[in-house]
Design a protein around this ligand. Structure first.
Ligand SMILES: Cc1ncc(COP(=O)(O)O)c(C=O)c1O
Length: 439
């Protein structure tokens, strides 16, 4: 929640100021997990309420006409410095502002925005950054709806795109970037790990390639990355050269499979460009969802840490099981001899996450017998919730993907996608053990 505006900015009406944020105790810099309990919210501005109330209002009252005019002078650029304070709920509200402040804390981002879904965050980012004739350079694969948005929807408006595979080397990235640079590259868009292959993108190599190839350009295209699978705990792309980080907050950040939301984090300048588009088209999340996310963020570190530890134990059990062909888990890259992906993992990630691919021995029949036998794990798409989920991409999320593309992505009939939750790890192992026995 932003500070109250100064009395002189509100036409002489004194306003109460929010207490400054607590960031340190003495020399000690407080961790994000601690700051999630209070950052951006001053109870004394809300009747002492320990938790922020849900602000269900569509509009906000100006203290006087002069303050209203000053606000719009800021919004329209007639007065430098932009506009502080709240005016209308399509633009922002107290719950969303607190959420945005707290989202930024995890990755030390200058600013952040909350959206009504991961896809509305991505769509707003694209609309803000890209014009007809521009090119988007992206890693592949991307989440299917993001690929549709670029190729089928933005493509209709004359936007072009070029892609490189997620695991590409610097040389391969350079080749695609050079080809794209013959036109105007408006945005470099990455997804790492990629959905559904879990392939990692070398963010540092992409940033180095961008800096080299656009060295003489007046403006370098920003690098945005979808960090839904590992963020904000296990991978922090702003530290590795990305300019913007995109989230489906529906997943680990929300974490209870009970809301849909999105987020974008980055520099103030980029975020302000995206904010203008969000203000225009109204893709902000609602106050209730923002409030739910504030609650979720208080336990984010606990939940993600436990889910990550559980996944490591479950994958250790599954690895080498006689009914299992292979476990596609980031924690196994080294031992599976994937030197290049293991190198990216070592440089970029501090944890392997809790979403992985299980390749069973057999095909669709074996996968279905396994899925139908699960008793704790629920048969559902999505990931990052407190409960363990399992699904069959070839028969569900990727059913309509052409066979050749499915083969290229490694989406085979014996692939089961699993997102591990925060249950007891040994209970989960017992569930997987009996489901494997039922195949
Ligand atoms: C990597 C990734 N990005 C974006 C999205 C879209 O997010 P949402 O469903 O919140 O719109 C998803 C959804 O599964 C995803 O997995």
């Amino acid at each position: 929640m932003t500070d109250e505006t100064e009395a002189d900015l509100t036409g002489g009406v004194p306003q109460r100021r929010a207490k400054p944020a607590l960031e340190t105790i003495g020399e000690r810099k407080l961790s994000p997990a601690t700051r999630m309990m209070g950052h951006g919210y001053d109870p004394m501005l809300s009747e002492g309420s320990l938790k922020p109330p849900i602000f269900l209002t569509s509009t906000f009252v100006f203290p006087n006409a002069a303050a209203g005019k000053r606000h719009f002078e800021g919004v329209t650029g007639k007065r430098p410095g932009g506009a502080d304070g709240l005016v209308y709920s399509r633009f922002n509200g107290p719950n969303q502002e607190i959420l945005e402040d707290r989202l930024g804390v995890w990755e030390e981002a200058e600013d952040a925005l909350a959206f009504s879904s991961g896809m509305s965050a991505i769509a707003t980012l694209f609309l803000a950054m890209v014009a007809p004739g521009d090119t988007i350079v992206h890693s592949g694969p991307l989440y299917a709806a993001t690929e549709t948005l670029i190729a089928r929807i933005l493509g209709k408006f004359g936007v072009k795109w070029l892609d490189f595979p997620a695991g590409a080397t610097r040389e391969e990235i350079d080749a695609v970037m050079s080809e794209a640079a013959t036109g105007k590259v408006a945005l470099i868009y990455l997804e790492s790990p990629a959905n559904p292959t879990n392939a990692l993108v070398d963010i540092e190599a992409v940033a180095a390639s961008r800096d080299a190839i656009f060295a003489d350009a007046a403006e370098k295209p920003p690098i945005a990355i979808d960090n839904t699978f590992l963020g904000p705990l296990w991978q922090q792309p702003l530290r590795h050269g990305a300019d913007l980080v995109v989230y489906s907050l529906t997943k680990y950040a929300g974490g209870h499979s009970d809301l849909v939301a999105g987020g974008v984090l980055g520099s103030k300048a980029h975020i302000n460009t995206i904010r203008s588009m969000r203000n225009t088209i109204g893709t902000i999340c609602d106050p209730h969802t923002a409030w739910m996310l504030l609650r979720s963020l208080e336990t984010l570190e606990l939940r993600m840490s436990r889910a990550g530890e559980n996944a490591a134990k479950v994958c250790a059990f599954l690895d080498g099981h006689p009914k299992v062909e292979r476990v596609g888990y980031l924690g196994f890259l080294e031992q599976q001899g994937d030197a290049r992906q293991a190198d990216i993992y070592r440089r970029h990630c501090v944890g392997a996450g809790s979403t992985f691919s299980l390749f069973l021995k057999g095909g669709e029949a074996e996968s279905f017998r396994f899925l139908d036998a699960l008793q704790i794990a629920k048969l559902a798409v999505s990931l990052g919730g407190t409960e363990t989920l399992a699904s069959h991409p070839a028969g569900m999320t990727h059913l309509s993907v052409p066979d050749a593309r499915k083969a290229a992505l490694g989406i085979t009939d014996n692939l089961v996608r699993i997102s591990i939750g925060v249950e007891d790890a040994d209970d989960l192992i017992a569930d997987f053990e009996q489901a494997l026995a039922a195949i």
